[in-house]
Every structure is written in structure tokens, then in C-alpha cells.
Design a protein. Structure first.
Ligand code: NDP
Ligand code: GDR
Length: 362
């Protein structure tokens, strides 16, 4: 019998990589997607299987983390061996704009799923993974940050995720459920959402290189993050649910880099050397060869409270799960810039008269 997994947030970056991984491992994979006025399944379209065929192993259900009856019905129908709760309003800055919704989806949403498991009497059958985050550490209390570092969340997103962290731990202790928190540090990929800083940068770099954009506007470029590749991190999520005893684990690379250095690295991938001048909001990055300013600061991207430095200590996951990241930041950056160059080549072609060329050929 194939194992059955249910993934919330299957249309997101991690959901797509995890669904792919579990299908490769022979699982039957169910995903929850939200109704949207446009198609929102771009990241998983390659996994789609015609639902009329026999032995379909990838199925989607409409649902929402704010709707408990819907979640109970899906869990009842799917009877999952494993639930991966990846759905969330996951943008830290946006959470300052929609704090109540963020709490509803990210904090109470996790509770709704745990309760669905209880209500349906699946506590002994269904294992639960919660997408916890390095944002829980927030204000720097110690470095590197590990499973024992105290939390000090610095955004409505992080505060909502703090509730989810503790409710998962509480249900594990109260009801003996196999429930884990993966405290994951930032992980990126060519599938990363376009408004997270790495993807915003690699898209901007590709567009600038192809003559489709003049400059990139950023916020706090002195922030430091421990960036890994999403592909490595979904493997860690799966490993957490395959142990004898449920526990919480940090996944990280153990190295940290400023946003500024990520910008410099990304431009280097397209043979542009960036030099930095000025300070604070007046800091600028310019092309050493042409003198053109390619990066400027826009204070609108500053957050009311910031997380200045994240650097994780993944030694518990390495020791107990045998997990280790395979991609370093240089290869991640290259992967993302190359993918965005490929993506925007078509736009360059259209800008250079591709429409006319196409029309002439008709
Ligand atoms: P994404 O933003 O790419 O994906 C989030 C997913 O959640 C999307 O599928 C989205 O649907 C779905 N979603 C959002 N709100 C709801 C809702 N109310 N009901 C149902 N589904 C909803 O995030 P990532 O893939 O990057 O991250 C996955 C999880 O891991 C998130 O919980 C995030 O907070 C957490 N995390 C991420 C880290 C990272 O660096 N990527 C690090 C640590 C934790 P739609 O496509 O319709 O928007
Ligand atoms: P983060 O990721 O907040 O760490 O949350 P993000 O890429 O949004 O920001 C990283 C750092 O870059 C700074 N920054 C900017 N950020 C964005 N988005 N846009 C900008 O223009 C910009 N300029 C500078 C930010 O201030 C910040 O310091 C991600 C999400 O995936 C969360 O869901 C997850 O929990 C954490 O990672 C771990």
C-alpha cells in the first residue's frame, strides 16, 4: 500500500518541491489549493495527472486554512498517514498590513488541522509536520540559533508562527500525537515567490541584463540571512516524519550573507561588477563598467521591526536525521539567475520586435 500524504500550501514553493519528492517516493499525494480567479497551479502543473486515468497518485482539493469544516472534510476523505502543513500567509512585511488574517491562517490554521486529526480519531495514524520558521528567533538573542535558542518574534507573521509552534508541541505532549516543528531558515529556488528578496533580486538582475528594467529598489540590504535551497529542505521535512519519536529540528546551512552581498553575487552571474557608495537610504549600487546606478534604497521596503541576523545551527538534524544541505549559496544564486534569464528572454525578444517578426511570418 502506498503511503498517503496531505500537503497544505501545495501551490507554493515548498509545496511543489515536496509533492515532487513524495511522488518520487511512491506516495499518493493530496494537496489543498485555494480557489483563485486565475490559475494558481503553475508550480505543480508538471505533476498533474489526468484524473480519469487509473492509479492517479496526485490529487488536488479546494480548501482554505481559515475554514475548519473544509479541513475536517478533506482530512476525513483523504485519511492521510502524513500531513505537511505548509500553507501560510508567508510574507513577513505583508503580515504588518494584514495581521489579523495572518493570525487566522498561520496560527489558528495550524490548530484547525490538529483538531481535525483529533476529531476524526486519527491521533495514532496521522503524522504532522508544521512549517515553523527561523523568524521565531527574531531579535538576536544568540548566534548561531539552535533548537534551544529563546524566541523573540518581530512581526505579526512570526508571532502567529509562534502560536503554531507551541500548539504543535502541546498537542504532541497532551495527546501523544506524532507532530514535529521544522524550524527552517530561509530557503529559496527558481520557484521562490517574486516578492521575496532573493527572487526580486534575481528577476531584477535578469531584466536589467536584458534591457527590460533600469534598476532595483530594495529596503534593508544590511540584513543577514542563512539562505539554502528549497529542494534540500523538503527532504528534511520528510525525514522529520520518518523517525521513531517526534521532535523539533532546525534546518539551515550554518552560513550567513547580507542582502547586499547577494545582490553583488547575482550581478556577477551576468558579468556585471557592482560597486557600492553612500550609506543608509543613500546607499547605491552602480555598474563599475558604465557608472549606471542599478540598485537604490526605497524606505518603503523597511519593516517596522526587522530581524537583523539569522544564522542556524543544523547539527541536531545532521546527527539525528542524517540531513545535510547539498547546495551552497553560490550554486543557488546561479540556479536562480539562470532560470530568470531564461524566463525573460522571451520578453526581450518581444521588445526587440518579436511581435513584428511573428506577424511577418504569418
Ligand atoms: P509560499 O508563500 O510560496 O506558499 C504558501 C502556500 O500557502 C501557497 O500555496 C498559498 O496558496 C498557501 N496559502 C496561503 N494562505 C492560505 C490559506 N488561507 N489557505 C490555504 N492555503 C493558503 O511559501 P513557501 O513555500 O516559501 O513556504 C512554505 C511554508 O514554510 C510557509 O508556511 C512558510 O511560512 C514556511 N517557511 C518558509 C520558509 C522559506 O524560506 N521559504 C522558511 C521557514 C518557514 P496560493 O498559492 O493560493 O497563494
Ligand atoms: P524573510 O524573507 O523576511 O526573511 O522571510 P524576505 O526575502 O522577504 O526578506 C529577507 C530580508 O531582506 C530584506 N529586504 C527585502 N525584503 C523584501 N522582501 N523586499 C525588499 O525589497 C527587500 N530589501 C531588503 C528584508 O528586510 C529581510 O531582512 C522569509 C519568508 O519565506 C518567511 O515565510 C520565512 O519564515 C522566513 O523567510 C524564514
Amino acid at each position: 500500500m502506498n503511503k498517503v500524504a496531505l500537503i497544505t500550501g501545495v501551490t507554493g514553493q515548498d509545496g511543489a518541491y515536496l509533492a515532487e519528492l513524495l511522488l518520487e517516493k511512491g506516495y499518493e499525494v493530496h494537496g489543498i489549493k485555494r480557489r483563485s480567479s486565475l490559475f494558481n497551479t503553475d508550480r505543480i502543473d508538471h505533476l498533474y495527472q489526468d484524473q480519469h486515468e487509473d492509479n492517479v497518485r496526485f490529487k488536488l482539493h479546494y480548501g482554505d486554512m481559515t475554514d475548519s469544516t473544509n479541513l475536517i472534510r478533506i482530512v476525513q476523505e483523504v485519511q492521510p498517514d502524513e500531513i505537511y502543513n505548509l500553507a501560510a500567509m508567508s510574507h513577513v512585511q505583508v503580515s504588518f498590513e494584514v495581521p489579523e488574517y495572518t493570525a487566522n491562517a498561520d496560527a489558528t490554521g495550524a490548530l484547525r488541522l490538529l483538531e481535525a486529526i483529533r476529531i476524526l480519531g486519527l491521533e495514532k495514524k496521522t503524522r504532522f509536520y508544521q512549517a515553523s520558521t527561523s523568524e521565531l528567533y527574531g531579535k538576536v538573542m544568540e548566534v548561531p540559533q539552535s533548537e534551544t535558542t529563546p524566541f523573540y518574534p518581530r512581526s505579526p507573521y512570526a508571532v502567529a508562527k509562534l502560536y503554531a509552534f507551541w500548539i504543535v508541541k502541546n498537542y504532541r505532549e497532551a495527546y501523544g500525537m506524532y507532530a514535529c516543528n521544522g524550524i527552517l531558515f530561509n530557503h529559496e529556488s527558481p520557484l521562490r515567490g517574486e516578492t521575496f528578496v532573493t527572487r526580486k533580486i534575481t528577476r531584477g538582475v535578469a531584466k536589467i541584463k536584458l534591457g527590460l528594467q533600469e534598476k532595483i529598489y530594495l529596503g534593508n540590504i544590511s540584513a543577514k540571512r542563512d539562505w539554502g535551497h528549497a529542494k534540500d529542505y523538503v527532504e528534511g521535512m520528510w525525514l522529520m516524519l520518518q523517525q521513531e519519536v517526534a521532535d523539533d529540528y532546525v534546518l539551515a546551512t550554518g552560513t550567513t550573507t547580507t542582502v547586499r552581498d547577494f545582490v553583488t553575487m547575482s550581478f556577477k552571474e551576468v558579468d556585471i561588477e557592482i560597486e557600492w557608495t553612500g550609506e543608509g537610504v543613500n546607499e547605491k549600487g552602480f555598474d563599475k563598467a558604465t557608472g549606471n546606478v542599478l540598485v537604490e534604497i526605497d524606505p518603503k521596503y523597511f519593516r517596522p521591526t526587522e530581524v537583523d541576523l539569522l544564522i542556524g545551527d543544523p547539527s541536531k538534524a545532521q546527527k539525528e536525521l542524517g540531513w545535510k544541505h547539498k547546495h551552497d549559496l553560490a550554486s543557488l544564486c546561479k540556479d536562480m539567475v539562470q532560470a530568470d534569464m531564461k524566463l525573460f528572454k522571451r520578453d526581450e525578444y518581444l521588445k526587440l520586435g518579436g511581435h513584428d517578426i511573428l506577424n511577418q511570418n504569418e
